[in-house]
Design a binder for this molecule. Sequence first.
Ligand code: AMP
Length: 364
Amino acid sequence: MIVGIIGGGQLARMLALAGRPLGIECIFIDPGVDVSAAGTGRHWRGEYDDQALLRRMVASADVATYEFENVPPVTIEYLAQHMTVFPGALALSCARDRLHEKSLFDRLGIPTVAYRAVGSRADLTEAVAALGLPAVLKTRRFGYDGKGQMVLRDKADLDAAWEKLSGPDLILESFVDFGRELSVIAVRGRTGDTRFYPLSENVHDRGVLASSRGRPGDPRTAQAYAYMEVLLRELDYVGVLALELFEVGDRLLANEMAPRVHNSGHWTIEGSETSQFENHLRAIVGWPLGETVSVGHTVMFNCVGHLPDPAAVLKVPGAHWHDYRKAVRPGRKVAHITARAADASGLEAATAALKAFLPGHILG
Ligand code: AMP
């Protein structure tokens, strides 16, 4: 079985590594020179919309998928015309635009953050009058890891934010004073069979995910699963879908969704019976899904802009090391560490020991 992946970053790398024991081989299209996934499959170097490479993909792979939302629409259109592509075009088009995404949440009765579309400076003034401050101004597309967004605290911030972000279409959101950030990850197969992972409790640092902890039995589980179920059915979804949520009191507000494997699910590699990566592959090739029950207590820490010494990290009992083989640059995710323990106190001990390798890290 051969899976074609648009993108050759760390998500593609972890998909390919999960595919190995199953006999699934991956092909990546990515313009990068020494991409993270290289060495775990076949890297075809070129733009994501390179016609010749897409034709080769159609001829060589059984099914196609992608590791990021901003795949050029022409790429998905071409692939979908000539081969099976999962997740489908509807999920991708909703997820790549924050306004479409929030309209979808509204339509499906999934509570979300109050928002207004902003296309002009006058719209921004009106949106601030309607939503109040603080608020967050975001680009509708191409934002990730906190990029393309600014928090507005008072009226004096509006001009600077407009100067910085205007050009592309924008959205203004109320600033949510959340208690926790959670995400729910689920997988749906070609026949509609669905499995949910335990919720992830996530801590972000300046918009970038710092840590995710598996929370089996979390009190918000039923609510999160209900939202996810509606989304999966509406989108006739196949593959792994992630939904990020803000917890406000005992309510959940949807923030955004990702039609792909997700950073907040990396802990499932060691922490679940079947990882999100294996289950995404099983779903898109049409194989039975694996169980998603937790195996112990698990937390994942991202290594952002620094690469700890693996020989030191691995001295910590229960620690697992994942090196993306990327050049270290400020703000860049280059590795992650997962700690798994049989009980909560074991996990606390591992977390305390790992602090030494996570400079300035916010430990959730
Ligand atoms: P996003 O790219 O929308 O996932 O935003 C990245 C992170 O910024 C989120 O995980 C939150 O920590 C924070 N954030 C985004 N939108 C809001 C909001 N409306 N209110 C409060 N914090 C936010």
